[in-house]
Design a protein around this ligand. Structure first.
Ligand code: F6P
Length: 361
């Protein structure tokens, strides 16, 4: 292998640039490779938009959030939006993507992404036998076959800081503060930040809740003389047997504006049932922004370096993975399609319950 490509797909996560930096440094300095960065995720691959990444291009990017490779986006070469007669139709343009890789002389590709991007990586490997390696990224920490994804630690740090701040204002007004954090399918951010921030109630998708149980906990605290409570809710948390519609305003010129849903629903119900003044904060994309924590910088750096090393060893169709304390690789087929949920019997849930944190069940 003389030339490799790299792209960032899906939503962003703090640490993307740290992966790119490590991969470029290891590729150029140790193997004499040239590196091509595709712009705007899979769009750059399909539309042949790329640029050479040299050592100079990665100077100073370690602490930077976002990605130097344009935008990340959720586009898929196997189902690619094309405008035809004023309408958007979806086409399989994967062969075009492979042709672009071949014409650029790119012999292997590093794909940094979440479940969606890793599925595309698997498809590229299986259908075209094109050498790929995946790097697991998402603040949600929900990818199977790795102990952790990069971006998660930074999101937890941001959410924990928010809980700390909410604590002081909650105490000053004797209020209930509800904080909605990200986590569409899993409650990793809510659980970790909730425990780290000393929340009283943590609601996660893995444990359906009953609002009466949540209120019971808050009223019990009142009786104990604790005049405020902190409730952390993952955006994907659901009441027992219920579905909560996440409100979205969809307009012609805007894709969507996410307003937050479950946090507001829970906050409104708490105030109505307990009679205690309640305020809701939706933390939203603050969790995806900013500089990665030292842990995420390290994990991203180790992933980026390993991705290049593994490609040079011929470990194709795999994903780099943290199996503490080592970085190893696993077949992409093992990593995608299964969500890594919070195990209900894990020690953190147990300790949290033992310390009096309610999960609303
Ligand atoms: O998967 C990461 C994530 O941040 C989720 O926690 C969240 O539900 C989603 O992405 C938000 O996506 P978007 O930025 O497209 O609104």
């Amino acid at each position: 292998i003389k030339r490799i490509g790299i792209l960032t797909g899906g939503g962003d996560a703090p640490g993307l640039n740290a992966v790119i930096r490590a991969a470029v440094k290891v590729a150029v300095r140790n193997y004499g490779l040239s590196v091509i960065g595709f712009e705007d995720g899979f769009a750059g691959l399909v539309e042949n938009r790329s640029r050479r990444l040299t050592l100079k291009d990665v100077v100073g990017i370690l602490p930077r959030g976002g990605t130097i490779l344009g935008t990340t986006n959720r586009e898929n070469p196997f189902h690619y939006p094309v405008r035809e007669n004023g309408e958007i139709v979806y086409k399989d343009l994967s062969q075009q993507a492979i042709d672009n890789l071949n014409s650029l002389g790119v012999q292997a590709l590093i794909i940094i992404g979440g479940d969606g991007s890793l599925k595309i990586a698997k498809e590229i490997w299986e259908r075209y036998n094109f050498p790929v390696i995946g790097v697991p990224k998402t603040i949600d920490n929900d990818i199977a076959a790795t102990d952790q994804t990069f971006g998660f630690d930074t999101a937890v740090a941001t959410a924990t800081e928010a809980i700390d701040k909410l604590h002081t204002t909650a105490e000053a007004h004797h209020r209930v503060m509800v904080l909605e954090v990200m986590g569409r399918y899993t409650g990793w951010i809510a659980l970790h930040a909730g425990v780290a921030g000393g929340a009283d109630v943590i609601l996660i998708p893995e444990i359906p809740f009953t609002i009466d149980k949540v209120c019971e906990k808050i009223l019990e605290r009142q009786r104990e003389g604790k005049k405020f409570s902190i409730v952390v809710v993952a955006e994907g948390a659901k009441p027992v047997g219920g579905e909560v519609v996440v409100k979205k305003i969809v307009k012609e010129s805007f894709e969507s504006i996410r307003l937050g849903g479950i946090g507001n629903v829970v906050g409104e119900q708490i105030e109505r049932i307990t009679g205690i003044e309640t305020r809701v904060t939706v933390l939203g994309h603050l969790q995806r922004g900013g500089s990665p924590t030292p842990f995420d910088r390290l994990l991203a750096t180790r992933f980026g370096a390993a991705a290049v090393n593994f490609l040079m060893e011929g470990r194709f169709g795999e994903m780099v993975s943290l199996r503490t304390p080592d970085i190893t690789s696993v077949p992409l087929a093992e990593a995608v399609g299964t969500m890594r949920r919070v195990p209900l019997g894990c020690d953190l849930i147990r300790a949290a319950r033992q310390m009096g944190i309610s999960f609303g069940d």
